[in-house]
Design a protein around this ligand. Sequence first.
Ligand code: TXA
Ligand code: MG
Length: 352
Amino acid sequence: METELVVIDEENINTEAEKAINHAGEIIKRGGLVAFPTETVYGLGGDALNPESSRKIYAAKGRPSDNPLIVHIADTEDLKLITEDVSETAVKLAKAFWPGPLTMIMNKSDKVPLETTGGLGTVAIRMPNNKIALELIKASGGYIAAPSANTSGRPSPTVARYCVEDLSGKIDMIIDGGQVGIGLESTIVDLTSDVPMILRPGYITADMIEKVIGKVSIDKTIIDSSSTLKPKAPGMKYKHYAPKGVLTIVSGPQDKVVEFINAETEKAKAEGKKCGVIGTDSTITLYKADTIKNLGKRDDENAIAHELFKALREFDDEGIDVMFSESFDDSGIGMAIMNRLLKAAGHNVIVL
Ligand code: TXA
Ligand code: MG
């Protein structure tokens, strides 16, 4: 299959861009697939109400079909068609955070096929904060099922070039809207339990949600590698976000971390391996690896979130075999950063 590629500037959706978005909407209405930018990561979109489209999404990503998709909407009113009932809690959260990086899990209506929800009676829904995404959702009939637009298991794409790499030839169209704003997937909150529960941490933190609806709980499996419990979001049990080489997180006092990583990269280099390091402004000049990625200032969590997946993907581009990353504070959005980093490293952590 030939994959069309169009470039659209989110800040300048002119007539030509509108035409392209309408065309993409027609593709989705006809049962085709389009990768598009959101504010979190790129999504791989198909008609959420068409079981055949969902099947195609799983096939294009190589994703297990028990891993449900998120339905993207552009109008809060559209919740009525796809959910059993819209609770007061859902309305409050939608008002506070939509459009934005929050996904809510609610009981699904009969309109949503089980193919979209991985066989579950619940459905995950969000309204993305990206003009291209919102226009596309409207042009395609209002309901786009979209997982991240990567091959299953690889880091989510934060630039279109990685959608091209993973999905070219497998889907109808890719919309390149530049580098995404946030860089980590949305926060997922399950509203079907007595106390709402965060199943995946993201830019919207537990504190931010609690200010709007009161007490929320957090799925224990999010950060804790020793937990034997099954994560509540089916997708969180899979190996994820992983670069092709071996990644180790090193935590401890800064000078010790640098010393340890430099000694390890020396050893790996002696064995003929290519090494990469993920560091920050304050350490970046101290490392001796082949490739060094600077995620920015250690206390600027948004910058770290923005750069993390890109760094992991670039290591793959550069054929890096062995990687080390500094560890980050896990409060606030840091919980999302550490959750993704730990998964990328297969929970391989050295504490000095
Ligand atoms: O930011 C995002 O959420 C991006 C953009 C494209 O919107 N999408 C995304 O989708 O990250 P995906 O498919 O890569 O991750 C969806 C996660 C999976 O872990 C899945 O198991 C969980 O959401 N999920 C979806 N529906 C669920 C449900 N009904 N119950 C529990 N977990 C659900
Ligand atoms: Mg994903």
